[in-house]
Design a protein around this ligand. Sequence first.
Ligand SMILES: Nc1ncnc2c1ncn2[C@@H]1O[C@H](COP(=O)(O)OP(=O)(O)OP(=O)(O)O)[C@@H](O)[C@H]1O
Ligand SMILES: [Mg+2]
Length: 246
Amino acid sequence: MGQVITLTSGKGGTGKTTLCAALACCLAQEGHRVLCIDADVGLRNLDISLGMRDLAPISFADVLADRYSLSEATPHPEFPNLFLLTAPVSEKPETIRFQDFGALLDTVRQYFDFCLIDSAAGVGDGFHFAVTFADRILVVATPDPASLRDAAETADQLSLMGKQDIKLVVNRVTPAVFRALRWTVDDVMDEIGLPLIGIVPEDSKVVLAAANNQPLILCTDRKAARGCLHIARRLCGEKVPLLRIH
Ligand SMILES: Nc1ncnc2c1ncn2[C@@H]1O[C@H](COP(=O)(O)OP(=O)(O)OP(=O)(O)O)[C@@H](O)[C@H]1O
Ligand SMILES: [Mg+2]
């Protein structure tokens, strides 16, 4: 039985889409069968981070409406066991029936090892839609006070919804910030109230890869790509030491 993992955040722009794509590619590279679902209805961009922006966009709404079947999800050009269902552009989150999406994910669990859902920012309809049926949730924050506070509030909302497997990813970490704030990993976990599953460094390759329509992990195996590979391995149950930010 596969697992559905949603990446979410309170604040926008923390790196959900970037990390969703990179983790999906890492899991696919490790041999797992992976489906990515872009749940950012109206503002899709997971295809760009996956290096799939020129490919036919079949959306999860197309599958819900029986215009396409799940087996027609767009395959990745470089990872044959990675597939994408993009977000519809002209529908609103509130027009998509929660229960239909839940039923689709039940089928997805039968055919894929991992389904990674890229959530919209905030805690509105798009957030509820993306997290309601997830087995595991990754809250993505950046190491600034506003983002960390929003992550803590998101974690509280998720707990109220009865979600239990929630982990924190801190993205865009620079050595200077860690040094200047004299942070330890324990401080960050205490502040948010969530266990940390990984740290991803700030890395200019993230923007360069997206600009070249290339998945990050095919451009480099260092910095952000390495941070994502470590998180992917931890998602599979491996013990991998936390990345050192020098
Ligand atoms: N580790 C990183 N190093 C450098 N730049 C990064 C990193 N992670 C993300 N970015 C950049 O930050 C910006 C926001 O990233 P992304 O779109 O993945 O965030 P998001 O959380 O999905 O945003 P939204 O809430 O709007 O959906 C992008 O320009 C991306 O290239
Ligand atoms: Mg996004």
